[in-house]
Write a protein that binds this ligand. Structure first.
Ligand code: EPZ
Length: 410
């Protein structure tokens, strides 16, 4: 098991190039199987979740040509099966997007129950099922597989209301409806940047999707999706993670290849904590050399403060003067990493969905263990800021979602 050995206590200086968005890539790759033609996808992050997603498509019969580290061409014309490999699919959370894509194009699909990061809370898919059922598919779960099959040659468009704002359900229903007969409306849809990215990808392949990025998405079903090329947006959470690292460790870094609009909430919160952030065309200059100030955080669906930045910002607040309150309102629990921060001297009390963070003067390096992707990122941030050496284990979680983290930090 790989470990990171971090000598902490040194401010960060330099530049970091942000990679393509993980949560866009893990939806756009499954969407490529809906296209009977060649999809060229650029700016893919080089992370294990992407590698795994591509393997699953290949296993279904898609032809995949690796053009370079960040570009692939996927030809799904001759896909011969709609039943994904159990062992491959159960390794990643995002495998459930394959159901929406397979159902959307072929009218049926069988996918292993998803695996992926389990940060404490349950991760239901009832809204995905509700969407598929509304479109005329029958969904059953048995033997570890989720099976979805349309009861007619083509799915039929429908009006679907999501009572909980769900990124996964919004994306999955968008794919299933893209080639359905007639119109579909998704209400109370999630608005994350990666939702817009998926809609833009599908539209560039010939779909007709309007309103992505708002809470109402309108989809007019088309008969087929043809080939095309598409570049994935930069990763808002990867960028936020490096900004939080500079906030906690101090110093000055230039974060390159970002979309400033996507960073608004993270930028505003870090500025509230006393971090200077200068915004330019596609870069942010992040500087912290004074004391960190306390702040309150409540995670919300986009454009609110992202839940995927909660562990990272809580780590920053553990070094801020005063008492900060962090409320996790998206997931039922996402504080498993706090025990590890306590080993480093953090003073954090967790009560159900709220963490009370009492800032300390400094953290001290220790042997710590990552429990999921963003928790692992938070521990790296803590280790960079802490005095002395930290040893982080289970870093495979981190490498699921961060391309070349060690090289970028160096
Ligand atoms: C996506 O997960 C992301 N994963 C998560 O990022 C992210 O935390 C989450 O969106 C919220 O932004 C991927 O994109 C692969 P949801 P997803 O459906 O789609 C409830 C990371 O770190 N819900 O928006 O699974 C659910 O319990 C990962 O990159 C239902 O009740 O999240 C949660 O409370 C971790 N029923 C809330 O909705 C459902 O059918 C939001 O979940 C689906 C979800």
């Amino acid at each position: 098991m790989t470990k990171y050995i971090v000598q902490g206590g040194k401010p960060l200086f330099g530049e970091v190039e942000i990679s393509g968005a993980k949560n866009a890539a893990v939806a756009i790759i499954p969407a490529a199987l809906m296209v009977d033609g060649v999809c060229r996808i650029e700016n893919l992050p080089q992370i294990s979740d992407v590698t795994m997603s591509l393997k699953i498509l290949e296993n279904l019969g898609a032809q995949i040509r690796v053009v370079n580290r960040h570009t692939v061409e996927i030809d799904s014309t001759c896909i011969r099966s709609t039943r994904t490999d159990y062992e491959l699919a159960r390794k990643i959370r995002a495998s459930y997007y394959l159901i929406g894509a397979l159902l959307g194009r072929f009218g049926h699909g069988e996918v292993a129950m998803p695996g992926g990061c389990n940060f404490g809370g349950v991760r239901p898919i009832d809204l995905h099922v509700k969407g598929f059922t509304s479109l005329g598919a029958k969904v059953t779960v048995e033997g570890g597989f989720i099976r979805a099959a349309a009861d007619r040659p083509r799915l039929k468009g429908a009006n679907i209301y999501l009572d909980v704002v769900s990124v996964g359900a919004t994306m999955n229903i968008m794919m299933a409806a893209a080639m359905a007969e007639g119109n579909t409306v998704i209400e109370n849809a999630a608005r994350e940047p990666h939702i817009v990215d998926l809609a833009n990808f599908l539209n560039s392949m010939g779909a007709n999707i309007r309103g992505a990025g708002t809470d109402t998405i309108k989809i007019r079903g088309v008969d087929r999706l043809r080939g095309g090329s598409y570049a994935i947006i930069p990763d808002q959470i990867e960028a936020g993670t490096y900004m939080a690292a500079a906030a906690a460790a101090g110093g000055q870094i230039l974060v390159k290849n970002i979309i400033p609009k996507h960073m608004d909430c993270i930028t505003a919160k870090l500025q509230e904590c006393g971090v200077e952030v200068e915004e330019h065309e596609d870069t942010l200059l992040v500087r912290r050399n004074g004391p960190l100030r306390r702040a309150n955080i409540k995670t919300l669906p986009y454009p609110g403060f992202p839940t995927d930045m909660q562990p990272q910002i809580t780590t920053v607040l553990s070094l801020a003067q005063g008492i900060s309150l962090v409320t996790e309102s998206v997931w039922s629990s996402r504080y498993r990493y706090v025990d590890e921060l306590r080993r480093m001297g953090a003073s954090i009390q967790v009560d159900d969905k709220t963490a009370v963070v009492e800032g300390v003067d400094h953290l001290v390096g220790a042997p710590i263990q990552a429990s999921d992707l963003r928790a692992g990122a938070a521990l790296v941030i803590a280790a960079l800021a802490a005095r002395g050496q930290s040893e982080i284990s289970c870093v495979h979680y981190i490498e699921r979602g961060y391309e070349n983290l060690v090289e970028k930090l160096r």
